[in-house]
Design a protein around this ligand. Sequence first.
Ligand SMILES: [Zn+2]
Length: 78
Amino acid sequence: MSEKNAEVTADSPDARLAAYLQRFWPHRSHEAGTLRNLCCFLGFHLWAQPDYSSQAPRRAIRFCRWCPMVEIDGTRYS
Ligand SMILES: [Zn+2]
């Protein structure tokens, strides 16, 4: 497989930043139903973009409200 996987799980500075920021984000997977789980599974996340400029200035960071997915500058971490 030579296709690049957009969901990077390797240990990188951004992955560590994602894990760090996830602790601040109260994601609502417990409220998510089957349809929402399916949406996340298919890549249709309910993105929210809280202000993390104090922890990570000048980064494009957003979270899914239904699962622990984090996107930093277009790269997704879970
Ligand atoms: Zn999601």
